[in-house]
Ligand binder design. Structure first.
Ligand SMILES: Nc1nc2c(c(=O)[nH]1)N[C@H]1C(S)=C(S)[C@@H](COP(=O)(O)OP(=O)(O)OC[C@H]3O[C@@H](n4cnc5c(N)ncnc54)[C@H](O)[C@@H]3O)O[C@H]1N2
Ligand code: MOO
Length: 395
């Protein structure tokens, strides 16, 4: 368990530690019960366990004949999905024509697939089959009470199908954390081409899908000028009904960058005050008392993106009680010099057994992140050829 520290201990935190701090700081709200059809994408708040044996009954894995004893077998009836052969127990020398998914009659020893069956007059012959062949026995996949998915698993399509197979009509899940966006910058324009003194806002357009990808829901976005400070303060206050407020720009030390000052003035608890990485160094995470978490992303767009994967992603995971998990690792095929004192974050593509930098990764340029499969987080001082952690940009 990572404990909260004072501001000094939260300055220029190592990149991997910053992720842990953000994750550990999250205090999720109570879970809610929702209909299965509304649970897509939400995170389980309790373990998913099998409530019945799976399959729930002995069932045929093949279209053919359920047979008892040695052949040839006299055909005494048929069994279809949803319509069982109800005439009691199959005796040796008898067969029931059966469809895949139908209940296997008691007494049947195996299912003879139709392709192996030799039809006769009211009977069927075929090769000898090992006992149990092509029968899926009740409880073979899971017995009642067995753990199918732990709390913290996201309800992806397979989980929804599995829950339905088990007979669940509702699931206990975490609400998707709500996020409010505040984009700061007097120089920003929202349409047309960039030009001298005109910077096209890149973060407003990317925030909704980035937040969704990281497990939250952006439920509002405002643009505020850099000055006066009170404007940013009022915007943060107005966003108080969201769980997380993301402020872009304003993270640095210039006269127009008021976020740190604002958070200090309201006596916020500092969770991360700068991360020892490049780009993204000035990012921050703090929580004004009784208020939402405030994530500060640097204004430079690639720096903001890397910062979102560093602090916002782990925070949102924590708010849904999703585990942080261990990042996948791979070596860099083309060596990249590690920095001595900070993590370097570099977009990379897969290349055989490793990854290689794709370029286009200066702090304001998103091209590398567009083309990359992952962001490699190259720890300080790591030796060339060693595996480095990867934040995947694509599934
Ligand atoms: N004296 C220092 N100056 C700076 C430092 C430092 O340590 N000492 N750190 C630099 C680093 S690193 C970064 S990153 C930036 C972070 O600055 P802010 O978060 O305060 O952001 P701004 O100053 O407002 O903008 C920086 C840059 O990004 C452009 N920008 C801002 N918002 C957007 C947007 N929505 N879409 C596209 N581009 C945006 C803005 O025009 C600036 O060019 O601070 C350095 N300075
Ligand atoms: O850290 Mo800044 O984010 O390098 O550009």
């Amino acid at each position: 368990m990572v404990m909260a520290g004072d501001r000094e201990t939260r300055r220029d935190v190592a990149w991997a530690t910053a992720r842990e701090y953000a994750h550990a700081a999250a205090e999720p709200g109570p879970p809610v019960r929702v209909a299965l059809g509304r649970a897509a994408g939400l995170v389980l708040a309790e373990d998913l366990v099998a409530s019945t044996p799976l399959p729930a009954f002995d069932t045929s894995a093949m279209d053919g004949f359920a047979v008892a004893g040695a052949g040839p077998w006299v055909i005494v009836g048929s069994a279809r999905p949803g319509r069982s052969w109800a005439a009691g127990r199959l005796e040796d020398g008898q067969a029931v024509e059966i469809s895949t998914g139908a209940v296997v009659p008691p007494g049947a020893r195996a299912v003879l697939p139709v392709e192996s069956a030799v039809p006769g007059d009211g009977e069927v012959a075929g090769p000898e089959l090992p006992s149990g062949k092509h029968i899926r026995y009740a409880g073979e996949d899971a017995s009642p009470g067995s753990l199918l998915a732990p709390a913290g698993t996201r309800a992806r399509p397979a989980l929804l199908g599995l829950a339905a197979s088990c007979g669940y009509d509702e699931l206990l899940v975490r609400r998707t954390p709500t996020v409010r966006g505040i984009v700061t910058g007097d120089e920003l324009v929202h349409d047309g081409r960039p030009g001298p003194g005109r910077v096209r806002d890149a973060l407003g357009p990317l925030l909704p899908s980035l937040v969704a990808e990281l497990g939250g829901r952006l439920d509002g976005l405002v643009h505020v000028p850099d000055r006066p400070d009170t404007v940013l303060g009022k915007a943060v206050e107005a966003a108080g009904d969201a769980e997380v407020v993301v402020v872009t720009g304003s993270t640095s030390v210039g006269t127009t960058d008021g976020l740190r000052r604002l958070l200090s003035e309201c006596d916020a608890r500092w969770i991360v005050d700068g991360v020892a990485c490049r780009p993204g160094h000035p990012q921050l995470l703090a929580r004004p008392r009784g208020g939402p978490y405030v994530v500060g992303l640097p204004g430079n767009p690639f720096a903001a993106l890397t910062a979102a994967y560093t602090l916002l992603g782990p925070l949102l995971a924590g708010l849904s009680r999703r585990p942080l998990g261990r990042l996948p690792q791979a070596p860099l095929i083309t060596p990249v010099a590690a920095a001595s004192d900070r993590t370097r974050i570099v977009p990379v593509v897969w290349d055989g057994p490793g990854v290689r930098p794709v370029g286009g990764d200066r702090p304001a340029f998103l091209n590398g992140a567009v083309l990359g499969d992952a962001l490699a987080a190259i720890p300080p001082g790591v030796e060339p050829g060693r595996p480095v952690p990867l934040v995947l940009l694509r599934d």
